[in-house]
Ligand binder design. Structure first.
Ligand SMILES: N[C@@H](CCC(=O)N[C@@H](CS)C(=O)NCC(=O)O)C(=O)O
Length: 244
């Protein structure tokens, strides 16, 4: 089956968490909105499913995935589906729930990263909420980010399989997402991350291990991997990453 990924063109965004799973699975997929020339491609195709009246299970927001006749929304939900189909999740029900729980926690962290530059509203420009953003980002760097990274470090330390993965003894989809979070945080908060990485070696090791996987390395070196940029979730605004 050829999957269709629907996500805003020109940024990694939350679509990247899905792309990484599709790439690791070596799945056949089309990144629909990235291909405006393709018949049935481009943003118009995305909008048709997002706003159209013909979808019985409409997604609230991108990313969403078309798999045969199913349209699946919510990043963690898409990964739950792909993980089970492509061997990126444990076999047991308890293991699946644990992987999903970790992914939902990553989704919470991603939202908090977004809220550092848009603390009041996603409908206002950064410059219209700059003062609140500076305050929110300060708290994020000092309390929230260490709490999240500390949680994942602890999960890695207490995993009884002890092989350096979040769940069990092999790679699962939350590892791919943790890679993306570390890469994004390094882009957005280089000062904070220089300090925090020393205290979270296991989290950094997951990043490195994922980056070295052959299919992920191939993807990261390809044109399909878009660069980080300041229109995205992870933004490098120096005012939000004060030194010290
Ligand atoms: N919880 C959803 C959030 C989806 C989301 O916020 N998507 C953004 C792009 S990354 C969007 O287009 N939001 C539009 C909106 O919230 O109105 C997920 O994890 O997929």
């Amino acid at each position: 089956m050829r999957y269709e990924l629907y996500y805003w063109p020109g940024i990694q965004g939350r679509g990247e968490f899905v792309r990484l799973a599709l790439e690791e699975a070596d799945a056949d997929y089309v990144d629909i909105a990235q291909e405006p020339e393709r018949k049935g491609g481009g943003v118009a195709a995305l909008m048709r499913l997002l706003d159209g009246r013909r979808v019985a299970t409409p997604p609230f927001a991108p990313p969403f995935l078309k798999a045969g006749r199913s349209i699946i929304g919510q990043t963690a939900n898409i990964l739950l589906y792909l993980g089970a189909r492509h061997g990126l999740t444990p076999k047991s029900e308890a293991g699946c729930l644990w992987a999903h729980q970790l992914q939902l926690t990553i989704a919470d962290l991603v939202q908090e990263v977004h809220d550092t530059h848009h603390p009041i509203s996603g409908n206002l420009y950064f410059k219209e909420q700059r003062t609140a953003a500076v305050r929110r980002a300060g708290d994020f760097r000092k309390t929230r980010l260490p709490k999240y990274l500390g949680h994942f470090e602890r999960v890695l330390a207490v995993n009884p399989a002890g092989r350096g993965y979040l769940v069990g003894a092999r790679l699962t989809y939350p590892d791919l997402s943790l890679f993306q979070v570390v890469a994004g945080l390094r882009y957005a908060f280089p000062n904070a991350m220089t300090r925090l990485e020393k205290r979270h070696p296991r989290v950094v090791a997951v990043h490195d291990k994922v980056a070295a996987r052959p299919r992920i390395a191939r993807y990261l070196g390809s044109a399909r991997r878009q660069p980080f940029c300041d229109e995205d979730i992870f933004r490098r605004y120096p005012a939000l990453d004060a030194k010290g």
